[in-house]
Design a protein around this ligand. Structure first.
Ligand SMILES: C[S@@+](CC[C@H](N)C(=O)[O-])C[C@H]1O[C@@H](n2cnc3c(N)ncnc32)[C@H](O)[C@@H]1O
Length: 293
């Protein structure tokens, strides 16, 4: 019950913030289409980076980077690289000055740029704290331009129909003064590989299967035929470029685990009764559209 009331309160306050934020940004700068500058509290930044599992090999891009706190923290605490883009020149200067001050300017930089123009090709992690309408507008760019397996972490707002892979809410008392709600929600998505279409699956030294997959965002459904017999695959799970599924077999269930690389997949399969896993591979024989609405 509390969480329902909390959610209603949050959406009510969001509407107020959107209205005020909309008026403020309209008055100050029409191009701040993602909303006004409201920094993410450090405790939330830390949790966002923790949830994304940041490593030193990551390249983090914050879209609408404000004072740069997310990218700067990723560089200082996790030795990651990255960049931020923001439409406000003063915030971009402030962020680049801070990068120099903290000795991380060789790894991170900040650009004066609209979020829609940002080059996301290097990103392994994208972070966001932008208004709901901007989140929906950016969804297609993020889904299409990021590499499979890239993580996307957002503070408070989500991508609508694209369900998050994980989310958490926690108390942040200092947010009450900013938007009237003393809590934060963090959402995590893993950009899925594109697996929609028909695949020919070969188990080394064993069966060949025709696998047909339908995909909506990261959710996958499928059907399988082998030797003229139809099988119903189970537990189809796509996590970035990792794809797992199970196939019923006369003696039990065969568990497939693999990685998608463009038009191929490969991995290992545990066959019922077998002492050790076998290798499997697949190639796509026909592509199909991934549904993203
Ligand atoms: C809520 S703040 C978030 C700042 C920072 N990401 C954080 O979490 O602390 C949103 C930022 O997005 C910027 N912004 C809004 N619309 C933008 C756009 N169309 N292109 C680039 N930046 C934008 C604003 O200037 C502001 O700094």
């Amino acid at each position: 019950m509390c969480s329902v009331i909390g959610r209603i309160a949050r959406y009510f306050m969001l509407a107020v913030v959107l209205f005020i934020g909309g008026l403020a940004s309209h008055a100050a700068d029409d191009s701040k289409s993602g909303g006004p500058y409201v920094p993410t509290p450090q405790v939330v930044v830390d949790q966002m980076l923790f949830m994304a599992g940041i490593k030193s090999s990551d390249y983090v891009i914050d879209l609408g980077s404000g004072d740069g706190v997310i990218v700067l923290t990723a560089a200082r605490l996790f030795k990651a690289s990255g960049m931020g883009v923001d439409i406000d020149p003063e915030l971009v200067k402030l962020s680049n000055d801070a990068a120099r001050k903290f000795g991380v300017a060789d790894r991170v930089h900040f650009l004066l740029q609209d979020v829609f123009k940002a080059d996301l090709s290097k990103a392994s992690v994208v972070t966001l704290y932008l208004l709901p309408g901007m989140m929906l507008s950016l969804r297609e760019k993020i889904f299409n331009e990021l590499k499979p397996g890239a993580r996307v972490v957002s503070h408070d707002y989500h991508f609508g129909e694209w369900p998050p892979d994980d989310q958490m809410s926690f108390d942040v008392p200092e947010k009450e003064a900013v938007n009237g709600v003393p809590m934060a929600t963090i959402y995590l998505w893993r950009v899925p590989a594109r697996v929609a279409g028909k695949w020919q699956v070969r188990v080394a030294g064993g069966e060949t299967y025709e696998l047909t997959l339908k995909q909506r965002f990261q959710n996958v459904e499928g059907s399988v035929t082998t030797g003229g017999k139809a099988l119903r695959p189970q537990y189809l799970t796509l996590r970035g470029d990792e794809f797992t599924f199970a196939l019923p077999d006369g003696k039990g269930s065969a568990s497939f685990t693999g990685r998608v690389k463009g038009g191929t997949m490969e991995g290992s399969v545990e066959l019922p009764g077998a002492k050790s896993p076998a290798r499997w591979s697949a190639s796509r024989t026909a592509a199909a559209k991934v549904i993203t609405d």
